[in-house]
Design a protein around this ligand. Structure first.
Ligand code: ATP
Ligand code: MG
Ligand code: MG
Ligand code: MG
Length: 468
């Protein structure tokens, strides 16, 4: 049952429209919410309704929401399933249907609309949520050995230390059903992929930690479009789907190769380029311009990483606009504003790439100095602090400095580099103020991680070590 990304998106939205949901357009990546820097989940635009701060316009809604999660950036190209930019398909109930119907619809969608074989779907429930367990086992008929009880870290959602909260239930796809159920571990991502998360917002947590039932119970869900595309298109990762492969091939072509022909390191570089090109294009389209603080610095870091990965692939000249063209070509069905803003996006990206290339050129000169000074040392070794300075100020990844050093038969003092990095992280931690509210897990992490950029600017940016 192969479906294109566009068909999957449309099938999801149609299915829930058919069940009385109003289709709501994706909100901007720049949220109307001071507690998070970027839109990280489909529920974010509806948060005021869930929190009872805004009236609901419909009892049920469905959307395909553009999302960015920078906390997943180290996973890009490393795991098969994580992106910075992705689309989260969701169905929402504002005090309308609840657990039973949400579970039944999710099952019908997965098995009938997407045609997943029943025996390949596993589910997780929160360990204390016997009701969800019974619904899956008795109403839907999932064998009990394919239902797993999980703890609060993965399966309990909260809007913050107080306020609405509730258990989750996730759906996983099994790539290797032949391995059977004994000893199976849903965390094993070579075998399983989480594709759908159902949040049952059923309680309110008071300041003393007590849970009381909410007067109006809500449903909040998220299904990753790229993950469903991976499953239905039978490819080994999200990147090789029709949603991203053309971007990787555009980049590969500039390097004189193709994605399939590239070696492992090349494939990883192409995945990073494919992912970040989408993120940068959508961010600029939504009005985020490269700068040294906050969201602007996220775009800047994404662009720098694209340029560095291009270097690694042997692309000599400016190439970001060509790769971005491909991302823009694919963006229409997700967001018609992107192709409409084509020339503005290309101009911004092109300008930023040139700026970075100038920085890189000055960095090359500093690198030259660093290397000749190191060559005079006894033993000839590049001090970690110098490598860190290049990294921190010029965006030189450690590998580039190492490569240049090894070309002159020298090594970089890695322990010294690590120490300099830790010191900087410590400084930035000290500078981070507390950011209140938002959910546990991703929501909370994002808010505090990204909050740092707002307050301290890029030199103290905590996540920087991860991004370059
Ligand atoms: P994972 O455990 O795989 O990191 P998650 O539990 O953090 O996923 P949720 O916060 O439950 O993800 O988000 C709902 C859905 O959105 C997930 O089930 C998945 O399909 C999708 N999703 C989440 N994060 C990403 C990402 N970084 N890239 C692509 N899809 C994602
Ligand atoms: Mg998860
Ligand atoms: Mg989840
Ligand atoms: Mg995650």
């Amino acid at each position: 049952n192969s479906m294109t990304g566009q068909e999957i998106r449309e099938a999801f939205l149609r299915f829930y429209e058919g069940h009385g949901h109003t289709r709501v357009a994706s909100a901007s990546l720049v949220p109307d919410d001071p507690t998070v820097l970027l839109t990280i989940a489909g529920m974010l635009p509806f948060k005021p309704i869930f929190l009872g701060q805004a009236p609901r316009q419909h009892a049920r809604a469905t959307s395909s929401q553009k999302c960015i999660r920078t906390n997943d950036i180290e996973n890009v190209g490393v795991t098969a399933r994580h992106h910075t930019f992705f689309e989260m398909l969701g169905n929402f109930s504002f005090g309308d249907y609840f657990k039973e119907q949400a579970i039944q619809m999710a099952w019908e969608l997965s098995t009938k609309v997407f045609g997943l074989p029943q025996e390949r779907i596993w589910v997780s429930v929160f360990e204390d949520d016997q009701e969800a367990f019974d619904l899956w086992a008795n109403k839907v008929g999932v064998p009990k050995d394919r239902i797993r009880r999980m703890g609060a870290a993965d399966n309990f959602w909260a809007a913050g230390p107080t306020g609405p909260c509730g258990p989750c239930s996730e759906l996983y796809f099994d790539f290797q059903p032949e391995l059977g159920t004994r000893g199976a571990d849903l965390e094993d991502d070579s075998r399983f992929i989480e594709f759908y998360n159902l949040v049952f917002m059923q309680s309110n947590r008071s300041p003393d930690g007590e849970l009381t039932p909410l007067a109006r119970q809500n449903i909040d869900t998220g299904l990753g479009l790229e993950r469903m595309a991976q499953i239905l298109q039978s490819v080994p990762n999200n990147y090789e789907t029709d949603l991203i492969l053309p971007i990787m091939d555009a980049a590969a072509k500039l390097a004189g190769t193709s994605y399939v022909q590239a070696d492992e390191a090349g494939k990883t570089a192409l995945k990073v380029i494919g992912d970040h090109a989408r993120a940068a294009v959508y961010l600029v389209s939504d009005g985020v311009l490269p700068s040294n603080v906050g969201r602007g610095y996220i775009v800047r870091r994404l662009i720098r990483r694209i340029v560095m990965k291009g270097r690694l692939l042997g692309i000599k000249d400016s190439f970001l606009q060509l790769v971005a063209e491909s991302a823009i070509d694919l963006a229409g069905p997700c967001d018609a504003n992107v192709p409409r803003s084509r020339s503005r996006i290309l101009a911004e990206l092109g300008r930023e790439e040139e700026r970075f290339r100038t920085t890189l050129d000055s960095g090359e000169k500093v690198l030259e100095d660093v290397l000749s000074r190191a060559a005079a040392n006894q033993p000839a070794i590049v001090p970690g602090a110098d490598a860190f300075f290049l990294y921190d100020t010029f965006g030189f990844p450690l590998e580039i400095t190492q490569e240049a050093a090894s070309a002159r038969s020298m090594e970089v003092d890695l322990a010294g580099f690590e120490t300099a990095m830790q010191e900087q992280k410590k400084r930035s931690k000290d500078a981070v103020s507390e950011v209140d509210l938002t959910a546990r897990n991703s929501l909370g992490e994002m808010a505090s991680e990204l909050g740092a950029t707002t307050f301290t600017g890029h030199h103290d940016l905590q996540g920087e070590g991860q991004i370059m």
